[in-house]
Unconditional design. Structure first.
Length: 186
């Protein structure tokens, strides 16, 4: 299951851009003897027809991300969060856009440069190495979504990675569905 979790956390998929994650899960569920479909809300559903009581097992598959709201004259990207970003966790974080462009989050507070009293999302920016707005627009557009860089590592038999809550839940469900037909559901 560790390999599946790694594949899932490395797959781009912030809220509203989960298609690659859905595709991966569908591929992994080909071994499962179940009906797989998306409902009208875009939810991925795997159904095993059985008689008797019904059971739903659910997980969300998106990950926390951000959306570019502005690009300044120096090519620095301003952004807002998609999901529950904690400002205190952002500083120095590596980020990734779907097109492969990466960057680092910095904080713009000249008055309190070394010890900001509080972090405000609107003062953070992403540096992708662009020299100007025109340069940045060759790689990133306003409205483009990104995620925290999907690093997957193991220390002392523990996995460290962004989006583990979402994607490990998906992996558990995939494993469950791929093994559930081997047992009677009575």
């Amino acid at each position: 299951m560790e390999y599946l979790i790694e594949k899932l956390v490395k797959t781009f998929g912030p809220s509203s851009k989960e298609d690659k994650v859905k595709h991966l899960i569908k591929e992994e569920l080909k071994k499962c003897d179940c009906e797989i479909f998306e409902d009208k809300f875009g939810n991925l559903v795997a159904h095993i027809p059985q008689n008797g009581p019904k059971l739903m097992i659910a997980s969300h598959l998106d990950t926390i991300g951000f959306i570019v709201t502005d690009i300044d004259k120096n090519g620095l990207l301003r952004f807002t969060s998609i999901g529950g970003l904690r400002p205190s966790f952002l500083l120095g974080s590596r980020v990734l856009f779907e097109n492969g462009i990466s960057g680092t989050i910095y904080y713009d507070d000249k008055e309190n440069l070394w010890e900001p009293k509080e972090f405000k999302v609107e003062k953070f920016f992403i540096d992708i190495g662009a020299k100007s707005k025109k340069d940045a627009l060759n790689f990133v557009n306003i409205g483009m979504e990104g995620v925290f860089y999907p690093v997957f590592s193991k220390n002392y038999d523990r996995v460290i990675s962004p989006s583990l809550d979402d994607r490990s839940g998906c992996a558990v469900i995939v494993e469950l569905l791929n093994n559930i037909k081997k047992k009677s559901l009575k």
